[in-house]
Ligand binder design. Structure first.
Ligand SMILES: *Cc1c(COP(=O)(O)O)cnc(C)c1O
Length: 483
């Protein structure tokens, strides 16, 4: 680097190589009309200023590498660093998406094998790796359902059934795809009310969308009855697989009657997520939907692997090129790293950890659905005392160095606190979390102001969330820069 500050206080932080393209040709390439007349007004910073800025920002962050992140429904788990190393290998990271098939046979082989692994986990016939997230997988699934009914001349099937415990993306995906929503109530036990389901089934029903286990962390014990009833009425069954951590390697959606099932690779199978990405939501389907899968599909013959577009009944393309390759690669590496036994152990330990927390915490907090849970459970923060809300509890947890659980979801639990510890936490961490939750419950009674004023030990205190959403400031305030 040449200079940090020169004599006039000018700052420079760039280390760019000299231009190595001929200058003459540039005239033709970029006509004068398209060129800047003035220098861009961007902040000038020295290298140390820039390094300090980003280092400071990184310390304001809280991630899974800092500590427990019990954000229910999100499966924020530890991501093995070796997966990141593999995703950054130049042959993968540098492969051009338009490269000739013959030049990327290794990448295609990886996608092909990852597809087989995922189909085996799901117990379904085929898969598309294109969707970029869980919600995108749902949308793809709804498009497939639509096409299925159109080809069968059953376009009148326009109603999608959704339990009231459904994740918000489910009704959104169904609505965008042209379905109307019929809500199915949950029974006292937190599971689908079969009587209500039977009553609503008719020839206008396209299918049902089920989250397994549901957002209360409860597995539908009558899942086979549900899927058989829907199939008998001519409908299809969509399974939201965001909660796969609860039964990975133990049970298969295909065996339970699923026609379509999306993975959230970024939740269950490695990849740091949050803050908007990256994600991957492959959609596995049963035989009746295979022909409609998005193109290109990866096929294999004696000449190798191909990006095959020759599927005339396909719904088309759901993602440019072939989805988020790096995320699929990390899931593939994670599956190889763990093997059959390891995948099995993921769900065993995730469920064990959740039940340990549930049993200990239900002594202090209300547990509306008191039964064995799967990988997560929902407490209620109500009646803790002196007008204290779940929001206050969540904020106080930040003061104790924990990321708060999901709050106010699912909607069917008043003052919900949705806790998912994942399989990655040891007993010491869980005990520390329990200790803090008990302490907060005590504070709520003895010194509620502590909770109302929380967080005290965070970079920012309580934010105006409405203003942040309505009037976000997303760009550097250029007007404040000198000419
Ligand atoms: C996270 C989640 C989704 C949406 O997945 P994205 O990858 O965030 O689009 C859908 N359903 C459930 C139950 C989820 O937890």
């Amino acid at each position: 680097m040449k200079t940090i500050f020169d004599a006039k206080g000018k700052r420079e932080g760039k280390v760019l190589p000299a231009l190595d393209v001929p200058q003459q040709g540039l005239e033709k390439l970029i006509p004068h009309s398209l060129r800047r007349s003035r220098k861009p007004r961007i902040p000038a910073l020295s290298e140390p200023e820039l390094v300090r800025h980003y280092t400071r920002l990184s310390k304001l962050n809280y991630g899974v590498d800092d500590g427990l992140y019990p954000l229910g429904s999100c499966t924020m788990k530890y991501n093995p660093k070796v997966n990141e190393d593999l995703a950054q290998l130049p042959a993968f990271a540098g492969a051009h998406p338009l490269a000739d098939e013959q030049l990327v046979q290794g990448s295609l082989a990886l996608l092909h094998e990852a597809s087989r692994f995922l189909c085996n986990i799901a117990g379904l016939s085929d898969i598309t790796l294109q969707p970029a997230a869980g919600a995108h997988g749902e949308l793809t699934g709804m498009f497939l359902f639509n096409r299925y009914f159109r080809e069968r001349g059953e376009s009148k099937r326009k109603r999608m059934l959704l339990p009231d415990s459904a994740h918000g993306t489910n009704p959104a995906s169904a609505t965008i795809s042209g379905f109307s929503i019929t809500q199915i109530p949950s029974g006292e036990d937190g599971m689908v009310d079969l009587v209500a389901l039977r009553e609503t089934l008719d020839e206008t029903v396209a299918g049902i969308m089920l989250t397994v286990p549901n957002t209360l962390g409860i597995f539908e014990e009558r899942i086979l009855e549900i899927t058989q009833m829907v199939h008998a009425a001519g409908g299809l069954c969509y399974f939201d697989g965001a909660n796969l951590n609860a039964f990975l390697g133990r049970a298969r959606p295909g065996d339970m009657g699923a026609d379509a099932f999306h993975f959230n690779l970024h939740k269950t199978l490695s990849t740091p997520h949050g803050g908007g990405g990256p994600g991957s939501g492959p959609l596995a389907v049963s035989q009746c939907l295979v022909d409609f899968l998005p193109v290109p599909r990866i096929t294999k013959d004696e000449n190798g692997y191909h990006l095959d577009r020759n599927f005339p009944r396909s719904i088309g393309c759901m993602h440019s090129f072939y989805g988020n390759f790096g995320v699929i690669l990390k899931a593939y590496a994670y599956i190889l790293l763990l093997g059959d036994d390891g995948l099995h152990a993921v769900s065993d330990n995730a469920v064990l950890n959740a039940n340990y927390l549930q049993e200990r915490l239900k002594k202090t907090y209300r547990l509306p659905y008191d039964r064995l849970c799967k990988h997560e459970f929902v407490l209620s923060g109500e009646k803790l005392g002196r007008g204290i809300t779940t929001f206050d509890i969540a904020k106080r947890l930040i003061d104790y160095g924990f990321y708060p659980p999901t709050v106010y979801f699912p909607l069917i639990v008043h003052e919900a606190l949705m806790i998912e510890p994942t399989e990655c936490e040891g007993k010491e961490t869980l005990d520390r979390f329990i200790g803090v939750m008990e302490k907060i419950a005590l504070e709520a009674k003895e010194n509620p102001e502590l909770l109302r004023a929380a967080p005290q030990h965070a970079p920012v205190q309580r934010l105006d969330q409405t203003r942040a959403a309505r009037h976000p400031i997303l760009t550097y305030p250029f007007d404040e820069l000198p000419e």
